[in-house]
Design a binder for this molecule. Sequence first.
Ligand SMILES: *Cc1c(COP(=O)(O)O)cnc(C)c1O
Length: 241
Amino acid sequence: MTEKSLIEEKFRDIEYNLKTINEEIAEAAIKSGRKPEDIDFMAVTKTVDEMYINHAIDCGITLIGENKVQEMLRKKPNLKLDGVKKNLIGHLQSNKASQIVGEVDMIESVDSLKIAKEIGKQSVKKGITTDILLEVNIGREESKTGFMPEEVEENLYQIAEIEGIRVCGLMTIPPICENNTKLCNFFENIYNMYVDIDSKIIDNVYMKILSMGMSGDYTQAILCGSNHVRIGSKIFGPRIY
Ligand SMILES: *Cc1c(COP(=O)(O)O)cnc(C)c1O
């Protein structure tokens, strides 16, 4: 096949995948007593070429996520971002905060008080408020970043005080589970935490977004209360690093 026809084939795959995912999101939303439009559908674009990201945008994607500051900044000028939100979803180092603050709509991966303070400081410098989510290490895994579940509340009160940021919800990546019952337990734990925090009505804390669910588990995540799914490989195919 020629390169052109390979690209066209990949475009068709992306269209088909987006259609399928949208249908599944809608079905899970309705099953869980909500509307399809209550669920944010993020296309995770790490390692994906701008041409394919733009195609996903042409097909209706209005939210994208990148893991790395450098990759986000490099791709941004080549993307058709009119009406499209872009969030950072990967671990952020303090020394990169100044580069990303003001360049994204939300930082979903705030995993320490230190980074929250740095984002706040850089936001104040730029005269903006940055929306953030707190990342929770719901499975208490060594290999993952995020606050331990029992640390969330204590940190939340301190983070809420920081000028220049606005806490908009929680984000998590669950452990790999051998069955849906175990997976749902993790999802439900964080959902309960989300509802509990919301009920406390803390100044500067708005529990609006519960970001959970990826290619392998977004239906389950929505059924357990997620309203914001982050999907990469199911749209664009396996990642080549
Ligand atoms: C890569 C990534 C995703 C998407 O993963 P897929 O399994 O490809 O859908 C979602 N969230 C985060 C934080 C990621 O790093």
